[in-house]
Design a protein around this ligand. Sequence first.
Ligand code: COA
Ligand code: ZN
Length: 304
Amino acid sequence: MSAVNIIEVAPRDGFQSVVPLIPVEAKLAMIDTLADSGLKSIEVGAFVHPKAIAQMADIEQVLTGIEHSTTLKPEYERVVLVPNERGALNAAQAPCDRLNFVFSVSETHNLKNVRKTLEQSLAELELVHKVVEANPQLSLRVSLATSFDCPFEGTVDEALCLQILQLAIKRAPCAQIALCDTTGKAHPFAVERLFDKALSITPSSTPIVFHCHDTYGLGIANVAAAYRSGARHFDSAVAGFGGCPFAPGASGNVATEDVVYFFESAGIDTGVDVSKLNRAICLAEQIEGAQLGGSIRQLNRHQL
Ligand code: COA
Ligand code: ZN
C-alpha cells in the first residue's frame, strides 16, 4: 500500500464545469487511463439532477461502460457524488463502490448548491447513511464543501466547521470525511490549523481527506500543510481540471501530477506511474472546453 492515498476527481469535479457534453467514450478512455496509472480511487461522476449539472446526466452509461469494458478491470474504488437520498438510491442500483455525499458548511452555498439548509442536509445524511447500511457493497464519504471559505459568505468559521465535522461523524461513524477548500482561497496556515484540530477530535478509524483547488497557486503548499498535520488522503484532478459551477471564480483542483511530483520527490510513495499519468494529461488536453491548470503540465509542454 502507498504512503498516501490520492483520490482522482477529474471525471466529476473537473468534467462537471465543461460546457460541451463530453462523449461517454472519452470519459471512459480517461477513467481507464487514470486507473492504469495506478490511482486506486476515482470519482467517476455524480447522481444529480441533469438540469443542475447536464454533464453528469450520463452517469449510468459511464458506470455500465466501466463494468463492461474489456480493457478496464475496476480494481479501483468507483466513487460517485450524491447530493441527496434520491441520488443514493439511484447509485445503489448501479455498479459503484462509494457514495460521496456532499453538503456545505456555509448555509448560503448549501442552499445554492443542493437547495437545503444545513439542518436539512444533516437529516439527509442520516437517510443516505441508511442506504449505505442497506447495501453492503457500498461505502460512504461525506464531503464538507466550503470548509474554509464561501464564495458568498467569505471566511468560514473554524469552530463551525469542526462542529459540522463532529455532527457528520455522529450520523455516519463509518464514513470517510473530506474537508474541502471549494474556492481555493485557503491559506496553508489555516489548513494546518484546521487539520490539526480536526484530526485531534476524530477517531483514528475515520480517514480525513483534503480536497483543494489551486486558485491562488497555493494548492501544493496546502497539501503539504495538511500532510504535516497528519492527513494522508488527498483529492486531486489530472491536468488541474476543475472548478465548481456553484462557486464562482474557483479554478481547477490541485493537479494530480503536481501532487504526485511533490510526494515522490520527498520519497513518499504514491503508487502512481508518472509516465502513464502523462497519457491522461494528453487526453485532458484533447477535451473540448476543458479549463486546465497545473505546473508540471506547462513544464512538459516546454520540454517537448
Ligand atoms: N438525481 C436526479 N434527479 C433528482 C435527484 C437526483 N439526485 N434529486 C431530486 N431529483 C429530481 C426529483 O425527482 C424531482 O424531479 P421532477 O421535477 O421530475 O419531479 C426534481 O429533481 C426536484 O426534486 P427536489 O427534491 O425538490 O430537488 P431540488 O429541486 O431541490 O434539487 C438537487 C436538489 C440536489 C437534486 C439538485 O439541486 C442537484 O442535483 N444539484 C447538483 C449539485 C451538484 O452536483 N453540485 C456540484 C458538486 S458540489
Ligand atoms: Zn471541488
